[in-house]
Ligand binder design. Structure first.
Ligand code: BTN
Length: 251
């Protein structure tokens, strides 16, 4: 084990700091079993979706990546499945009910508290789900980072304990959000989770804009795609950015 890395247990590793937990997991893939995770509270080169950066908040946020080596029947739905795993952990720890902005942002009071970046691993078959949870940044942090629609759990009135919550959340997500649920998810895919996802999805029933069009989001299909009713018919969105009227300032 390298300097700065401590094993919490066999499957969840803690790093005092790293560039990006997704990058670290890719570089240390052979050290993980069928399911394992790595987390830190300080990332120097965090990465977000669509090539964006994920700004560091040293000691104030959780940066976590789970590595899944077992084959999944529907790997494309991992972002949606991951959002449910995080929502469950936050509900268990804090009693809060987040909503989900398709495909995988978690919102509290309409603002983003969690971002998720799923990627393939260099071995060509393992998958990574990288999760950033804003625990206790203050408003000045989001103002300075130019993130008007970002927030932290603490800013939304949640009592966060920075000494114990990162480890608890990392362990819970690994053991219950992912490992336990994988028995079902890896063989049945998104279907058993679809109703729960739809109940939390803020897009449904609202006007949305996506790359190439706009309409009303009417469903999340069995493949995890957002179904949008447009003037010219139904479109299924499977990638890219979707803005929802009333969320993140979209009009
Ligand atoms: C997004 O753009 O909303 C996704 C952000 C994902 C950030 C997490 S933090 C842990 C993991 N490591 C990274 O570099 N990115 C993901």
């Amino acid at each position: 084990m390298e300097a700065g890395a401590d094993a919490v247990n066999e499957s969840v590793r803690y790093l005092t700091e790293t560039d990006s937990t997704n990058t670290w997991a890719k570089a240390h893939l052979q050290e993980f079993g069928p399911i394992g995770a790595v987390y830190t509270t300080s990332q120097t080169a965090g990465r977000g979706r669509l090539g964006r950066t994920w700004v560091d908040a040293p000691g104030k946020a959780l940066y976590y990546t789970v590595v899944l080596k077992t084959p999944l029947v529907q790997p494309s739905t991992l972002p949606l499945f991951s959002s449910l795993a995080v929502a469950e952990a936050l509900e268990q720890r804090y009693g809060v009910q987040c909503r989900i902005k398709w495909p995988n942002d978690l919102l509290l009071n309409g603002k983003k508290v969690v971002g998720i970046l799923c990627e393939g691993a260099p071995d060509g078959h393992s998958l990574l789900s990288g999760i950033g949870i804003n625990l206790a940044q203050d408003q000045a942090y989001f103002d300075a980072a130019g993130l008007p629609y970002g927030t932290s759990l603490a800013l939304q009135g949640v009592k966060v304990d920075l000494d114990t919550d990162p480890e608890w959340l990392a362990q819970y997500m690994t053991d219950f959000g992912f490992d336990r649920a994988l028995y079902t998810y890896e063989v049945e895919g998104f279907a058993p989770y679809r109703d729960r996802y739809k109940a939390l999805c803020v897009n449904l029933g609202r006007p949305v804009t996506f790359d190439g069009g706009c309409g009303t989001a009417v469903d999340v299909d069995e493949e995890g795609r957002l179904v949008v009713q447009t003037d010219t018919g139904e479109t299924r969105v499977f990638t890219g950015e979707v803005s929802v009227r009333g969320i993140y300032g979209a009009v």
